[in-house]
Design a protein around this ligand. Structure first.
Ligand SMILES: Nc1ncnc2c1ncn2[C@@H]1O[C@H](COP(=O)(O)OP(=O)(O)O)[C@@H](O)[C@H]1O
Ligand SMILES: [Mg+2]
Length: 229
């Protein structure tokens, strides 16, 4: 496929079946550098499957995904893992922090996995934790912090490698609305200042309100709301 002009990541005609279930049935997507796009839709509509395909975690049965001018399907496994390690960041609903590590070690982890020396990695990690207002938690373990604090630590970790795309799947799904709003404010501010694009999966309109644009998924089919309106 030819990706839409200026897009960083785009997908067309994605199909993915799990047995008899068509998780994706002709989904499309596109995002520009630095843009925040909300992927909306009811539970079971295919949002997470779309995110996993876009991030190269799940291989679609058919369709095309282009990242930075290159088809994901033509990349080697090594190149796709390198993308996930250095150019993509991830925030999930919960359970993503390593319980044995301190918060600063958790945030520094993606840099350590890329070979950055510990001191340097933790310095960068701490700068991101300051931005997300969780630097005072540096020595605590995930079990000792609140849900909202844990998600802010996870957001810091998703940004620590200066990724070009952050994939966030229901990042506020386990939080009350006040903590959810704060996480969204800090996530979108930090991502915008770093010019990282954000693929934000959510079923909540008040979370999607932080995006620049919305894509709606229903029964595995997605629609760019701007093109519909
Ligand atoms: N690994 C899987 N194995 C089997 N079925 C799956 C798997 N992942 C997703 N599905 C099914 O695909 C559909 C879409 O799921 P999902 O993408 O998780 O939706 P959403 O994130 O919008 O809730 C659902 O019917 C779900 O049960
Ligand atoms: Mg989901």
């Amino acid at each position: 496929m030819t990706a839409p002009a200026g897009s960083l990541l785009a997908a067309e005609n994605l199909r993915k079946a799990y047995g008899p279930t068509m998780a994706l049935d002709g989904a499309e997507f596109s995002i520009h550098p630095g843009e925040v796009v909300a992927v909306m839709g009811p539970s079971g509509s295919g949002k997470s499957t779309l995110l996993h395909c876009l991030a190269g975690i799940v291989t679609p049965d058919s369709g095309s995904i282009v990242y930075d001018g290159q088809e994901l399907a033509t990349m080697s496994d090594a190149r796709r893992s390198a993308l996930r390690r250095s150019e993509f960041g991830f925030v999930f609903q919960f359970g993503q922090l390593v319980p044995e590590l301190t918060c600063v070690e958790n945030v520094a982890l993606p840099l350590r996995l890329n070979g950055t020396p510990r001191k340097q990695a933790e310095r960068t990690a701490l700068a991101w934790m300051e931005r997300l207002e969780v630097d005072d938690l540096r020595k605590k373990r995930p079990g000792e912090v609140s849900g909202g604090q844990g998600q802010r630590v996870a957001v810091a970790r998703s940004l620590v490698t200066s990724p070009r795309v952050v994939f966030a799947d229901e990042p506020t799904g386990a939080l009350d609305s006040l903590n959810g709003e704060r996480v969204m404010e800090l996530l979108t501010e930090a991502a915008r200042s770093a010019n990282a694009a954000v693929v934000l999966v959510t079923h909540e309109a008040r979370v999607a309100a932080y995006s620049d644009r919305e894509i709606v998924v229903r029964d595995g089919k997605s629609r760019d709301m701007e093109r519909v309106i």
